[in-house]
Write a new protein. Structure first.
Length: 233
């Protein structure tokens, strides 16, 4: 189910739905390109390259989440936390395009569907969750980690919900009820999101401790240090 929803193969979603989604995704990616250029500087360019390479490598590795079921990092939460939504979505888009064209991981005809789900929905959802969470949580290592962990889970489930919607609109019959398919996909991706949350929270907090200026979610401010315990006399 995991590969079906996040690297959609051919003949799963019909042509008209794939075409319309591709046009929407292309428009959104173009918008991201314009928006990302406004804040692009010499610091972000190498970081974007490193983040793209990390996400590409991580998406090629699967981790077990249940008997006979595995998942892999989407990278939307990682890209959003480090680079912001615009540049982050572009980096994940590059990864998805390379995987489809060079490794046949996801059909070329489904490229718009996969970009919409994994690059756009996942990244922007993750950024929104992180931004909201950091208004409530303390900007400590653990507060940032919790925000990124939650954003990872929500973003993965949101990406899989994008596929569920696309399948509802134009999915090819597979011999199961839509409710059964939706429940299986969404439930599986909660587990995938937990795995992604552990990996992403660890990676982002490690960068934040060493170089808070490289974490877009912190806006360049260092992590707050927890108050030292007061010893009683």
């Amino acid at each position: 189910m995991e590969d079906l929803a996040l690297h959609i193969p051919t003949d799963v979603i019909d042509g008209p739905t794939s075409l319309v989604t591709a046009l929407i995704a292309a428009t959104a990616v173009a918008w991201c390109t314009v928006a990302a250029r406004r804040g692009l500087d010499d610091r972000l360019v190498p970081l974007a390259g490193l983040a793209t390479a990390f996400i590409f490598a991580a998406q090629m590795l699967n981790f077990p989440i249940a008997a006979g079921v595995s998942g892999h990092l989407l990278g939307g939460a990682l890209a959003a936390a480090l680079l912001g939504p615009w540049l982050g979505a572009l980096c994940v888009t590059v990864v998805i395009v390379i995987q489809a064209l060079l490794f046949a991981d996801g059909a070329v005809t489904a490229l718009g569907l996969n970009v919409a789900n994994m690059a756009l929905i996942a990244t922007f959802t993750a950024y929104g969750v992180i931004a909201l969470a950091l208004k409530v949580l303390p900007r400590t290592r653990w507060g940032l980690g919790a925000a990124v962990f939650a954003a990872s889970i929500v973003s993965v489930v949101a990406a899989s919900a994008g596929f569920v919607l696309q399948f509802w609109i134009g999915g090819e019959p597979v011999g199961q009820s839509f409710g059964a398919i939706a429940g299986a996909i969404l439930g599986t991706h909660v587990l995938v999101g937990i795995g992604e949350g552990v990996i992403t929270a660890g990676a982002v907090t490690a960068v934040a401790v060493a170089r808070p200026d490289l974490v877009h979610a912190l806006r360049g401010t260092p992590l707050a240090q927890p108050a030292p315990a007061v010893k009683e006399a």
